[in-house]
Structures are given as C-alpha cells and as structure tokens.
Design a protein around this ligand. Structure first.
Ligand SMILES: [Zn+2]
Ligand SMILES: [Zn+2]
Length: 130
C-alpha cells in the first residue's frame, strides 16, 4: 500500500512538534494548526492532525482529555497532574506528591494492578477569581 507520508520525520511533523514544545499551554488540535501555519503556511489541518497522532504514538507528546472536551496536547511527558478552570477552560500542569495510600486504596477498590494515578483539580483560575 503506497502512502505519501511514510518517511519518518517530515518537516510538517517537525513544525507540529515545535509548536507544542514552544507553547506553555496545552493546545488543542485547532490551536496547533493555527500556530503551525505560521511556520509552514501551506500545512493542512489533516496533516496537523495526522502529525499529532504520529507524535503521540512515538511518545514525543502527551495527550490529555477531560470529559467531552477536545483533546489537548502536552509537551510534559512525565507523570503530572492538572488544574482546569471551570470558567475559561485554562489548563495548567501541577505536580503533586501522590501518597502511596491513595494509590493503594484506588487499586483495592478497582481491583486493578496500579501503575499510576492522576488528579485533576477543578475550580477557578486566578484570572477568573478576580
Ligand atoms: Zn479561568
Ligand atoms: Zn500537562
């Protein structure tokens, strides 16, 4: 089966990765597209989307998803937690020390063999509390 884009690291994928690594936010695919167009004006949304999938598969970016919201892409690949604003949707990284006790009791209740646990703080960001 012939594919147009099988050659590993294309300049499109490079541009998409660059956008994510340079941003301090967790961008949605649409936002990545907007920024990638500044680097490569001819890039299409489909290419951006495919590049995101590729980069995620390769473990170069993370993907976070909350409920029905659009996926957001994350340059931070280590285990971390997030705080999300109920008002404006702002999403920030935070690192919490998760007590072993919490992991143990989550494992016990779910009967899962635990690997990691992530917490999401929901509330109002500093801008929205003002
Ligand atoms: Zn907010
Ligand atoms: Zn994150």
């Amino acid at each position: 089966m012939a594919e147009i884009e099988t050659s590993g690291f294309t300049k499109q994928r490079q541009a998409v990765l660059q956008v994510i690594c340079e941003s301090d936010d967790h961008l949605t695919a649409n936002e990545v597209f907007d920024n990638a167009r500044r680097i490569l004006p001819g890039i299409s949304f489909a290419t951006v989307y495919n590049s995101l999938r590729y980069l995620k598969q390769e473990g170069l970016i993370g993907e976070v998803r909350f409920g029905m919201d659009a996926s957001r892409y994350d340059k931070n690949l280590t285990r971390h937690d997030h705080a999300i604003c109920n008002e404006c949707g702002k999403l920030v990284d935070l690192e919490l020390k998760i007590p072993d006790e919490l992991l143990r009791s989550a494992a016990k209740r779910s009967k899962f063999k635990p690997d990691s646990i992530e917490l999401t703080l929901r509330g109002l960001c500093p801008e929205c509390t003002r």
